[in-house]
Design a protein around this ligand. Structure first.
Ligand SMILES: Nc1ncnc2c1ncn2[C@@H]1O[C@H](COP(=O)(O)OP(=O)(O)O)[C@@H](O)[C@H]1O
Ligand SMILES: [Mg+2]
Ligand SMILES: [Zn+2]
Length: 292
């Protein structure tokens, strides 16, 4: 049945499904080729070891060192593992690897025919870090970008990650070149930003948002560490650095606040003793809800 539109082949009525198929370029193959040409080059990601399974990769970033990025990476893994997910930590902070110490991992990593085996913590978290490979942990690591990148790629490709639901990547501090290189090397699914109230949080978040935009990955949330202290007698919160701005910033960028962690001597002591898994995961309950 003809309605007069079909003959011309150009002007289908808007309620005619064929009207959707119209295109500027009549040749679909040519159109696809043109589209493909416009895409920016995709940086090459390292391949995963054929024996590995890793479902979600979450990068943990900070503005500078010392704000608790490694602590947060550790506790996110601890809390998610406790919630029943199989977790791993890839310590990509090659110049300041601190994950093995916090978990009390002392044995060097071993290998088998398939690759390097990660160390496993007392609750079953798989860990790979330069400190598990270096003969002497106090050896200074003054590597430049390409070597760091190569090491992180090896942690991804040559380690046998066994059935991992969530891998947390302790990223190099900052939002500069080194962190960006790690981002380009690994298939990161999302980012968690760690800040402390002594910092210019809005600037750090803005930089991280820009970096995430560049890599086309979502920011999953913000963790404010060393946020306040708790009175040991009555539990009252004391905001030693003044009122926190993290809520305003979270609202401005529409990013959830995953955790607010007080300054606690227990954290310092437990990470020193290699018992970070014993730290109460209650501060990360919200993080588990958002990430899972
Ligand atoms: N909330 C906290 N309260 C007390 N000490 C903390 C807290 N968070 C981290 N620390 C300690 O501060 C130091 C720096 O933390 P770390 O996670 O290593 O920072 P980063 O990885 O950002 O350099 C570590 O000794 C750690 O145990
Ligand atoms: Mg660290
Ligand atoms: Zn009190």
């Amino acid at each position: 049945m003809s309605n007069g539109y079909e003959e011309s082949g150009l002007h289908y009525r808007s309620d005619d499904p064929r009207s959707q198929k119209q295109d500027d370029v009549p040749n679909p193959e040519l159109r696809d080729r043109l589209k493909a040409k416009k895409k920016p080059p995709v940086p090459e990601k390292a391949p995963l070891n054929e024996m590995s399974t890793v479902r979600k990769v979450i990068g943990v970033v900070s503005g500078k060192g010392g704000v608790g990025k490694s602590f947060t990476s550790s506790m996110l893994a601890v809390a998610m593992q406790k919630a029943g997910y199989r977790c791993a930590i890839l310590d990509a902070d090659v110049t300041g690897p601190s994950i093995p110490k916090a978990f009390g991992l002392k044995e060097k990593a071993m290998g088998d025919d398939y690759g390097i085996l990660p160390s496993v913590t007392s609750t079953g978290i798989q860990v790979m870090s330069l400190n598990l490979i270096l003969e002497n942990e106090t050896d200074p690591v003054v590597w430049r970008g390409p070597v760091i990148s190569g090491t992180v790629k090896q942690f991804w490709s040559e380690v046998v990650w066994s059935d991992v639901d969530y891998m947390f990547v302790d990223m190099p501090p900052g939002t500069g070149d080194v962190a960006l290189t790690v981002f380009q090397d690994l298939p990161i699914d999302g980012i968690v930003i760690v800040t402390s109230p002594q910092e210019l949080v809005s600037m750090i978040v803005e930089k991280a948002v820009n970096m995430a935009g560049l890599m086309k990955v979502p920011i999953l949330g913000l963790v404010e560490n060393m946020s306040y202290i708790e009175c040991p007698d009555c539990g009252k919160r004391i905001e030693v650095f003044g009122k926190s701005h993290v809520d305003e910033i979270a609202e401005k960028y529409m990013i959830p606040v995953l955790a607010r962690v007080p300054i606690s001597q227990e954290i310092a002591t437990l990470s020193d003793e290699g018992k970070i898994e014993q730290f109460d995961a209650k501060y990360f309950e919200e993080a588990v809800k958002v990430l899972k």
